[in-house]
Design a protein around this ligand. Structure first.
Ligand SMILES: Cc1cc2nc3c(=O)[nH]c(=O)nc-3n(C[C@H](O)[C@H](O)[C@H](O)COP(=O)(O)OP(=O)(O)OC[C@H]3O[C@@H](n4cnc5c(N)ncnc54)[C@H](O)[C@@H]3O)c2cc1C
Length: 487
C-alpha cells in the first residue's frame, strides 16, 4: 500500500472527456488519462482492505490491490507483469469493461471507488508507449496443432494462452477482419480499431496464424478441422439477434442494431459492407428499442451521423438511482447507468412495449407503443408485465434500431452441421473443462454463456485454453505409455 491514508487524502479522479459537441465531430476516442502523479495518487487510494472484494468481483480475478500498490510507487513495469498474469488484453477491458471490480471495491461502501479501470488502462498504454509490449514467442513448440473458430475476445484470449504454452494455433474467422465484436460491434469512439490491430499484430509476431474469410461449417466442416488439428475451440459468439414480430416489421427503416453498427465500422475501416443501402441517421428522427449497451452504441452512432433527435425505449422499468436493500455491496449495482453516448443527446423512456410500426409505401413513418405496469408479481415473485389501459401512443420516426438482445449462437452453418449438443437456452453445452459433446472440441465465450461481456469472454477463452492443454497432455501421456508397451 503506497499511502496508508491515501483514501482519506485523495479524491477519486477519472479520465477527462472532450465536451459532447466536440466528440460528435468524429468517430475517435475522446478520453485522456490523468497525469502520472495523479494516477499514482489514485493507486494509493486503495486501502489494502484485507479481503480484496474487487478481485472477487472481477471475472478474470485481476490482482487489483497488488497493481494499485505498484502504481502508487511508480513501479509500472512490475504492475504490468502482475496485470498480464490474469488479463491478456487490458487495453480492451481498460476501455470497455463496465468494471464490476469498482462495484465491489470496499471503499465504494461509503466513498467513490478506486478508479481501477483507469489505472489498468494507464498500466498497459504506458507499456505500449515505452515499447515494453514486445513479441515474446514461446521458447519451444509442442508439435500440437489447435484451431480456434472465431476471433472475438474469447478466441483471441484462448489462442494467446495456447500459443504461450507452445502449441501451434490457427484462428479462423468468417469476417474479413479479426476481433469479433471488439472490431465490428463496439464503435470506434469506445474502442479504436487500431488498438485491436496492435494486439493482433503482436500475436502474429508470436506465431498465431489468422485466416479471415473462412466460415467453419460452410467453407470447411468441423470434421475436416478435427482431422487437421489435435483440438478445436469454438468461439463463434452469440450473434442471433432477438427480433420484434409486430405489424409493420417489414418496413424499410427498421434495422437490427448490429446491421447498423457493423456497417458504420466497416465504412470507417474502408471495407465493403454486406448490405448495399447506406443506413444514415443524418437529419432523421431515430428510435432505439432496447436499453442496453448495444442500444447505447446506436445512440452514439446516430448522433455522430447528425440525427435530428434520438429516443431510446426500454421494456423494463427505470432502474433505481441507488442500490436497493436487496442489491447490497459487493454485488454488481443494479442502478441506472448513463453512458457517454447518452450524455451526447438522448431521451430515455422506460416500461414501453412497441405494438407495431406504421409507414407509407413501405417506408417507416412511426411506431405505436403502450406503457407497461410492472408493479404486480407472479406467485413465485417474478414481476408481471401488464399493459396500462388507455396509455397507447404513437411516435413519428424515420429510423428504428432493434437492440433487443441476442438469442445465442446462429444455428445455421457450424452448429447445425456439426451436431454439437446445446443447452436449454440454445448455447453450446460445455463441461467444466469447456469441452463440448464432441471429444476434442471445446468452446468459450458468448457461444456457450450467451451474450455477455468482453471480460467474461477473456475469462472463458483462458478457461478453454486450460481445458485444451490438459486434454492434450493426457493424450500425449496415453500415447507415450502405449509406445512403451504399458497399455
Ligand atoms: C454492440 C455491442 C456492444 C458491446 N459493448 C460492450 C462493452 O462496451 N463492454 C463489454 O464488456 N462488452 C460489450 N459487448 C459484449 C461483448 O462484445 C461480447 O460479450 C464479446 O465480444 C464476446 O466475445 P466472443 O469472443 O465470445 O464473441 P464475438 O466477439 O461475438 O466473436 C465471435 C467471432 O466468431 C466469428 N464466427 C462466428 N461463427 C463463425 C464460424 N462458423 N466460422 C468462423 N468464424 C465465426 C464471428 O464472425 C465473430 O468474429 C457488446 C456487444 C455488442 C453486440
Amino acid at each position: 500500500m503506497g499511502e496508508v491514508k491515501g483514501f482519506l487524502k485523495y479524491k477519486r479522479e477519472e479520465y477527462t472527456k472532450l465536451p459532447a459537441e466536440d466528440r460528435l465531430k468524429n468517430w475517435d476516442e475522446f478520453t485522456s488519462l490523468p497525469a502520472e502523479d495523479s494516477l499514482r495518487k489514485q493507486g494509493s487510494r486503495c486501502m489494502d482492505c484485507g479481503v480484496p472484494f474487487c478481485q472477487w468481483g472481477c471475472p478474470i480475478g485481476n490482482i487489483i490491490p497488488s497493481w494499485n500498490d505498484l502504481v502508487s510507487k511508480g513501479l509500472w513495469k512490475e504492475a504490468l507483469e502482475r496485470l498480464h498474469k490474469t488479463n491478456n488484453f487490458p487495453e480492451f477491458t481498460g476501455r470497455v469493461c463496465p468494471a464490476p471490480c469498482e462495484n465491489s471495491c470496499t471503499l465504494s461502501i461509503n466513498n467513490p471507488a478506486v478508479s481501477i479501470k483507469n489505472i489498468e488502462l494507464a498500466i498497459i498504454e504506458r507499456a505500449y508507449e515505452e515499447g515494453r509490449i514486445c513479441a515474446e514467442p514461446p521458447k519451444s513448440r509442442t508439435g500440437m496443432k489447435i484451431a480456434v473458430v472465431g476471433s472475438g475476445p474469447a478466441g483471441l484470449a484462448c489462442a494467446d494462452q495456447l500459443n504461450k504454452k507452445g502449441h501451434k494455433v490457427t484462428v479462423l474467422e468468417k469476417n474479413e477482419v479479426v476481433g469479433g465484436l471488439l472490431t465490428l460491434g463496439i464503435p470506434n469512439f469506445k474502442l479504436d480499431k487500431a488498438v485491436v490491430e496492435r494486439r493482433v499484430k503482436r500475436m502474429e509476431q508470436e506465431g498465431v496464424v489468422f485466416r479471415t474469410g473462412v466460415e467453419v461449417g460452410v467453407a470447411l466442416s468441423l470434421d475436416e478441422l478435427r482431422q487437421q488439428n489435435d483440438a478445436v475451440v469454438l468461439c463463434g459468439g452469440a450473434e442471433q439477434p432477438r427480433d420484434l414480430q409486430v405489424p409493420g416489421r417489414e418496413m424499410k427503416g427498421i434495422y437490427f442494431a448490429m446491421t447498423y453498427l457493423a456497417q458504420r465500422t466497416r465504412r470507417l475501416m474502408d471495407i465493403k459492407t454486406d448490405i448495399k443501402e447506406d443506413i444514415d441517421a443524418k437529419g432523421k428522427r431515430v428510435v432505439v428499442l432496447g436499453g442496453g449497451d448495444t442500444g447505447s452504441d446506436c445512440v452514439g452512432s446516430a448522433n455522430r451521423q447528425g440525427a435530428l433527435w434520438v429516443k431510446q425505449f426500454e421494456l423494463m422499468p427505470r432502474p433505481p438511482q441507488e442500490r436497493t436493500a436487496n442489491n447490497p455491496w459487493p454485488h454488481w449495482a443494479l442502478i441506472q447507468r448513463t453512458s457517454t453516448s447518452h450524455e451526447e443527446g438522448c431521451e430515455r423512456d422506460y416500461s414501453i412495449s412497441t405494438k407495431g410500426f406504421t409507414g407509407q409505401d413501405g417506408l417507416l413513418t412511426g411506431l405505436q407503443a403502450v406503457r407497461l405496469d410492472w408493479s404486480q408479481k407472479a406467485p413465485e415473485g417474478r414481476p408481471l408485465m401488464k399493459e396500462v389501459a388507455g396509455s397507447e401512443f404513437n411516435v413519428e420516426c424515420d429510423l428504428v434500431f432493434l437492440a433487443l438482445g441476442f438469442l445465442g449462437p446462429v444455428q445455421k452453418g457450424l452448429i447445425a452441421s456439426s451436431g454439437v449438443a446445446l443447452d436449454a437456452r440454445g448455447n453450446v453445452r460445455a463441461d467444466r473443462n469447456k469441452m463440448t459433446s464432441i471429444p476434442g472440441v471445446f468452446t468459450a465465450g458468448d457461444m456457450t454463456r450467451g451474450q455477455s461481456l468482453v471480460v467474461w469472454a477473456i475469462h472463458e477463452g483462458r478457461a478453454a485454453a486450460e481445458g485444451v492443454h490438459a486434454y492434450l497432455n493426457a493424450k500425449s501421456m496415453e500415447k507415450s505409455t502405449a509406445k512403451k508397451g504399458g497399455l
